[in-house]
Design a protein around this ligand. Structure first.
Ligand code: HEM
Length: 154
């Protein structure tokens, strides 16, 4: 076993946890938005519960998983540069991978900001918005995973 094999395995595990959280959190936001149509006290009770889950999901799963995905990913870059220099960072497959990573990180930041707005009762996003955008992380994951597994060039 090499350090590269270990880093790759740990990177994939962290990415699985990050993706799971990114796919689940907007569902909780959609359920939260749907409570607006419910009568009191059911509405307040459900929103209190859902907002506690949203906060915990971000704090316990999403934020640590993102940090670990970045940490192991940067470790892989470090090992890769020793084996093949810095040039691979500019190859099309790696540019596609890193672009996906930046977009995914921006989406994570957007979701974290929206959690605060939902908790403060100032969110204007509908349940439909959260259902429609729910596939964004998975679409980005397709690009990122196939970029690294194929290392395609034109
Ligand atoms: C968070 C920042 C990330 C960085 C800095 C990063 C960087 C890297 C690097 C340098 C490699 C090794 C590439 C190679 O030499 O073959 C790698 C492998 C990999 N990455 Fe990432 N990555 C990140 C996030 C992600 C995400 C979000 C996904 C999927 C959604 C992902 C999926 C993978 C997979 C599946 C591999 C293994 C490819 C293989 O062994 O063939 N990574 N990553």
């Amino acid at each position: 076993m090499t350090a590269y094999d270990l880093a790759r395995g740990l990177h994939i595990l962290a990415v699985i946890a990050w993706m799971a959280g990114l796919l689940f959190l907007p569902r909780l936001y959609a359920y939260d938005a749907e409570q607006a149509a419910k009568p009191e006290p059911l509405r307040s009770e459900m929103q209190t519960l859902l907002r506690a889950w949203q906060k915990r999901l971000l704090r316990i799963i999403l934020n640590p998983a993102m940090i670990l995905s970045w940490g192991f990913g940067l470790w892989l870059i470090h090992i890769d540069t020793q084996a093949r220099g810095w040039g691979f960072l500019l190859e099309p497959w790696m540019v596609a991978k890193l672009s996906g990573v930046i977009l995914l990180t921006a989406w994570h930041g957007f979701l974290a900001g929206q959690r605060k707005r939902i908790a403060a009762g100032t969110s204007t996003r509908s349940a439909r918005f959260w259902r429609m955008t729910n596939e964004i992380p998975f679409l980005l994951a397709i690009v990122m995973v196939l970029s690294v597994t194929t290392e395609w060039r034109w």
